[in-house]
Design a binder for this molecule. Structure first.
Ligand code: PFF
Length: 451
């Protein structure tokens, strides 16, 4: 398929890999994964999550990059062009439309949580964790959540950070930011890992995360691991597709996908080990839930040698990870606007930034003054956006992409793009035709209470 307009491309495959890993490694790995592991009994959840990444995540990531690169357009026009090429219905473009809105909805709450992280960078740097006990850490966090003005200010700062990168474009913005932030993130991670091996209870963390105990595997744990594999690899909303659309033709999609998935999973596991080493060193509760890094970790940092310094590094790591993910959440919408309207990238970034900022304010207020405003199924604004996107829109997008690539696209086109033939191709196609759709349908049935 030929491209219609002149579009930017990544400078080389490394920058594509860094950017895609940057999108994948985010709050999902550092905030969500450890607490979900803690809540779901440790090793059982980790093993199932790894299986989900291998069986569903990796084939779907190849699929999404492949769709993007073949289309050479934003996800909406891209799905339309691919559907035309395959002689299929124009309705397939709705996969792109829904994904584009899903990204904006995710960013609205993602930016608020990333705002908490920015606040915690400053808190850690100014030494406010020194000697805190469980009750103090909890009250610090609760008081912060109950102060809407602070939440809104930090959310505003994060939105400005995100949009100022996006406004600069693929090469000067996205690529440049990932080239700086991702190596910094890996370096900080290694330092933190060394620190928690030295002062934490590393052996207990390894035991907790890796000793197989299959009795703890419940249907609920399996399905939340699968849902999380989606969120964590940024699949199902067109972020990876739009990144794929900036990829040059000669780069191997299969190989790059493996590298990205390995990097993303390794970061998740290493962060988990670092966090649990500290948690176990002070006999704290691993199953503390969403407050794990904001309420439990400060207690450990507050008692450790050079705790303030390492706590600051830790929250910087989280902030960098969130930043490189946030820019990929808006890219589908920005690409659509710049390819379909007369808006420049800068104007598009402003438009989307302000709209999403307003939505984010509603999310920030839902932790205090709007706590009792319920949208769907009795959920407040934050929970509605989180559940609607993570549990419904992303898996739905992934399901439709898998069905499109597996059943609608013509085999020679798919093979040409993926560079696969013979048994490896048949294996991939079997997964994308049957395993991924069935796994995703199981998530939906679980949510509807049918399994
Ligand atoms: N993968 C990101 C994380 O783990 O935090 C979240 C995310 C980014 C989801 C981009 C979806 C997306 F398109």
């Amino acid at each position: 398929m030929t491209q219609t307009t002149h579009r930017s491309h990544w400078s080389n495959r490394w920058t594509f890999m860094l950017a895609t890993a940057g999108s994948a490694v985010g709050l999902g790995n550092i905030w969500k994964f450890p607490f979900m592991t803690g809540v779901n009994g440790g090793s059982a959840f980790v093993l199932v999550f790894l299986a989900c990444i291998a069986l569903v995540g990796i084939p779907l990531m190849m699929c999404e990059i492949m769709l993007g690169r073949r289309a050479q357009r934003n996800p909406v026009d891209g799905m339309l062009a691919l559907a035309r090429e395959a002689g299929a219905s124009a309705l397939w473009k709705w996969v792109g439309v829904v994904g584009l809105f899903a990204g904006l909805l995710i960013l609205a709450f993602y930016s608020v949580i990333a705002g908490w992280v920015l606040d915690y960078v400053v808190r850690a740097a100014s030494g406010s964790f020194k000697g805190v006990d469980a009750a103090m850490a909890q009250s610090q966090f609760n008081t912060f959540l109950a102060t809407p003005l602070e939440l809104v200010l930090w959310h505003s700062l994060f939105m400005v950070m995100t949009m100022s990168v996006v406004a600069r474009g693929v090469n000067a913005g996205l690529e440049q930011a990932n080239k700086i932030l991702m190596p910094a993130l890996f370096a900080i991670l290694l330092v933190l890992l060394g620190y928690s091996m030295a002062v934490g209870n590393f052996a207990a963390a390894v035991r907790f995360m890796f000793t197989p105990d299959f009795s703890k595997i419940t249907p609920g744990a399996v399905l939340s691991a699968l849902g999380h594999a989606f969120f964590s690899l940024s699949l199902g909303m067109g972020a990876v597709m739009v990144y794929g659309s900036y990829l040059q033709r000669h780069v191997s999609i299969v190989r790059t996908t493996f590298y990205v998935a390995i990097a993303e999973t390794a970061v998740g596991l290493l962060v988990g080990l670092a966090i649990f080493s500290l948690v176990f060193a002070y006999d704290l509760e691993p199953g503390a839930g969403p407050g794990l890094i904001f309420q439990t970790l400060p207690i450990a940092f507050g008692q450790m040698p050079a705790g303030n310094f390492f706590a600051t590094l830790f929250f910087l790591l989280v902030a960098f990870a969130a930043w490189t993910s946030a820019i990929s959440l808006v890219e589908p919408a920005i690409a659509w606007l710049t390819e379909n309207t007369k808006l420049t990238r800068k104007q598009a970034a402003w438009l989307i930034g302000v709209t999403d900022w307003i939505l984010g304010i509603a999310v920030a207020l839902s932790f205090s003054v709007w706590k009792d405003v319920k949208l769907f199924f009795g959920l407040n604004i934050f929970d509605t956006l989180d559940k609607l996107t993570t549990n419904i829109l992303l898996p739905l997008g992934g399901l439709l992409m898998a069905l499109f690539a597996g059943w609608v696209m013509k085999t020679p086109h798919v093979q040409d793009e993926l560079g696969l033939a013979g048994a490896p191709y048949r294996l991939w196609r079997f997964t994308i035709r049957f395993i991924s759709p069935i796994a995703i349908l199981m998530i939906f049935m679980y949510l509807l209470g049918l399994v």
